[in-house]
Design a protein around this ligand. Sequence first.
Ligand code: MN
Length: 314
Amino acid sequence: MRLVTYTLRGWTSVGVVDDGLIIDVPRAYAMLLADRGVSDAPGRALAECPPDLVTLLARDGLERAREVAAAVIEQLPDKRDRFAAAGIIAALDDPAVQLRPPLLRPDKIICLGLNYADHAAESGAAVPQYPELFSKFPSTLIGPGEPIVLPRVSQQVDYEAELAVVIGRPGRFIPADRALDYVAGYTILNDISMRDFQFRGRQWLPGKTFDRSTPVGPWLVTADEVPDPQNLTITTEVSGAVLQHSNTREMIFPVAETIAYLSQIVQLVPGDLIATGTPAGVGFARKPPRFLQPGDVVRVTIERVGTLEKPGRG
Ligand code: MN
């Protein structure tokens, strides 16, 4: 199942994507409850299928979302027009639909640096002994339909394709051999990095969290569709040129070990977003360097997850 966060005509919500349609989970659930004669159907729908994916995950709502979408799909042949008029379905390619980051305000955004040996080498860094951690603020996240802001103060805006893990249930001191049970699903994160700011000091944060610079999406793909997160091709194209091409099997710290390690430090909670690092081929390490310019289109593709694409804007 693929879940998007989207905005349409002032309504921001969670939808299941199926066959080119977005099925709005809270609205569809309210309709199903009303059809069954449940009192206060809209209120109960908002409580059990909230229009925010972080909250939906926290309320253990993935299976309910799956059932709601299946019920809508079953009734589509008879009720397509009624559903469209009620905002229960929308076309994914409707120009009025704005895809947002799947998680609008995660409790935590945790990122790994130097998690592929070839990228550590091109960066002139040693292979880390422990996961190299930094974080981002939620204000940096943008959806796949939104332009990356190229800040006027940086001349070195760089791309980094990354598999991102979304946590599905709370956990502390999670053993690595059970860590994937805590994963709700996967998405793609382009860890846009302002290299001139990143390398001014010892902490990378200044270069990693500029407002509205980190595309995420296009959706959350549930974990059942990604049985092995360590065998996915990962590719970045910048304005048509393939500049990164690798496989998640090359990670130094795999997803399960990363979750186990992080959960020694903090309790992981539903909606937490973990970016797992980028392979070789980033712009600053190329000869000559290749930094993003106004008009560039950056497209990141991860097998089984999807394609995240955004136009740059000056
Ligand atoms: Mn990165």
